[in-house]
Design a protein around this ligand. Sequence first.
Ligand code: MF3
Ligand code: CO
Length: 278
Amino acid sequence: MITLKSDREFEKMEVAGACVAAVHRAVREAAKPGVTLKELDDIAAEVTRTRDCTPSFLHYQPSPLQTPYPGHLCLSVNDVIVHGIPSGYKLRSGDILSVDAGAIYEGFHGDAAFTMGIGDLSPEAAALVATTEESMWAGIRAVQAGARLGDIGAAVQAVGDTRGYGIVREYVGHGIGRQMHEEPQVPNLGTAGKGIKLRVGMALCIEPMFNAGSWETRVDPDGWTVRTVDGSLSAHFEHTVAITRSGVRVMTLPGAPDLADIPATDYNSRPVYGTQST
Ligand code: MF3
Ligand code: CO
């Protein structure tokens, strides 16, 4: 069942989203060679608390068989695709780091991720990061009342396919609201015109994960860390997007801007809507 959100509920999601944007900004500023993942996780905890929000990943347990998630952030370095656990690992120049953050405000969730380079990146790593972000925006721009779920996957897939990247299929985007993970699932591959119709009141997380090599994944013995099978680099971008009566809004950018007001060339790592600005 897909739950539709009221304007009032979207207002709460906007506060949660602003918290996630603030966490992104703080972590992006702090992430440098020599800094440990645990230090970044502590920053996320502090920012979330300061904003009167609750961390949503900490102790998250999707099934009783799985160990509760032990961090505030998912921090996924290089060949880690998603769900990397904040450890004592010290970041090194040339690493790519995916930062995934979630927050709850008055029972409503925000969830977003970005990938950044640490120090100097190889051209291959930089291209993977830029293309994955581009695919997220292509997916987000497919979101509108009356569009179909498959339009999103088709838009994301078109970007990945033209560059020959492995598009991760075992992990997908999702609906969001009172729960971090709600229906529908939002695949990063699809066929335009297929799938359920998107409606006012829906909130979706659009979150492509692209691998430089094969799309195949495996999970570490810790039960969380998801890696590329072939050891290739992986990047991940995500925003929480709301279909409101007045338009589509990107809830996990500062100010939750209307999509129509975001210039087509501005991605979230760029200054105007950047996690580094405001
Ligand atoms: N942000 C992730 C997602 O988009 C969820 C993180 S899993 C957790 O689905 F265990 F860390 F919470
Ligand atoms: Co998500």
